[in-house]
Design a protein around this ligand. Structure first.
Ligand code: XUL
Ligand code: MN
Length: 345
């Protein structure tokens, strides 16, 4: 049975175009209105940060949090959408300037743990079993600033705290090697999988691989995905693209390296990713030059490229592949692959 892929994105993927060197270039599109964009674009999964569900989260009481989450759950039901995960936003508050779980301040570490519990409460309240940890500021700008060994202990304690706090919740670690920090802890999926095994319930700790993050670590995203799949630890993906070792670009899937995109789809498709309900997540940023509001072409186009590449994988000539591999004629295999991608005989 061919996998019927389901797609997700986060509301932050519909944005106003600000970058570190310039302000917004598009009119803000109301946050609450973004959810109506999903279905017409071919998406049914919503990736959330905790404060996408409950804005201004730190100022809300537990009752207010539950009420707002119930409203969002109702809205998702009405729109026919599924929440894929909720991620604690641990990089905006004053308490997270020096990191969250690995901050040198005990009070700030406590803030991070409390915020994470709120995130789990929100996930449960909207009917979602997964949290994502993108460990944004868990790392250093100056290596001497933190004790890295102690930081890894603190990250493991955090995982165990989350697993204890709720018996059903899953934690999906989204590794990234840098940005905003100079060097981040848990930079690759290998690190994330090791953390999962070291945790008190390894079955509930998995990984989410973002194309751009793997490329920033100098690694091949499809091989990173294969590693996670081999350990049954690929919970989700954030497909996008990246033009070399730069800032995190979040370009459209396939836009910088179509062949690498093909190989990501190939590893997902060959391993049945998606057949157990996993979403194909996109984490793509609209070009700043794009006019109008809301801009969504980058989401629609990335999904379309993914589906075209699924067709390319399904029509890849397996007989030829086997023949070239057996003859160790990788020149012929490469030429065939490139011609197949170009659609020429
Ligand atoms: C950051 C990134 C995040 C996570 C969710 O690079 O990818 O948007 O996907 O926190
Ligand atoms: Mn991401």
């Amino acid at each position: 049975m061919a996998t019927q892929y389901r797609f997700s994105f986060g509301p932050w993927n519909v944005s106003e175009g600000a970058d570190p060197f310039g302000p917004e270039v598009r009119e803000a599109y109301p946050h609450e209105a973004k959810y109506a964009l999903y279905k017409p674009l071919g998406f049914e999964g919503v990736q959330f940060h905790d404060d996408d569900v409950v804005p201004n989260l730190d100022a809300q009481s537990p009752a207010q949090i539950q009420q707002k989450a119930a409203d969002v759950k109702r809205m998702l039901g009405n729109q026919g959408l599924t929440p894929e995960f909720v991620a604690p936003r641990l990089w905006f508050a004053a308490q997270t300037v020096d990191g969250a779980y690995t901050s040198n301040s005990a009070a700030d570490r406590q803030y991070a743990l409390d915020r994470t519990k709120k995130c789990i409460d929100i996930a449960k309240a909207i009917g979602c079993k997964a949290t994502v940890l993108w460990l944004a500021r868990e790392g250093t700008y100056v290596r001497e600033a933190k004790n890295a060994r102690q930081a890894y202990d603190r990250l493991l304690e955090t995982l165990n705290m989350m697993l204890d706090y709720d018996p059903q919740i899953e934690v999906w670690i989204e590794p990234k090697p840098n940005e905003p920090t100079d060097q981040a802890y848990v930079p690759t999926i290998g690190h994330a999988v090791a953390m999962a095994y070291a945790s008190k319930d390894p079955k509930r700790v998995r990984g989410l691989i973002e194309t751009a993050h793997a490329l920033l670590a100098g690694l091949d995203p499809s091989d990173e995905m294969a590693f996670a799949l081999a350990h049954k630890k690929l919970a989700s993906v954030h497909l996008n693209d990246q033009n070399g070792l730069k800032y995190d670009q979040d370009k459209n899937f396939g836009a910088a390296n179509l062949r690498a995109a093909f190989n990501q789809v190939r590893v997902l498709e060959e391993n049945g990713f998606g057949s157990a309900g996993e979403f194909v997540g996109l984490d793509v940023k609209a070009m700043r030059t794009q006019k109008g509001s809301p801009v969504t072409a980058h989401l629609k186009n990335s999904r379309e490229i993914f589906l075209h590449l699924v067709e390319k994988v399904r029509t890849y000539d397996r007989g030829l592949e086997r023949q070239y591999v057996e003859a160790r004629d990788y020149e012929a295999l490469e030429l065939y692959t490139l011609k197949h991608l170009m659609g020429v005989k």
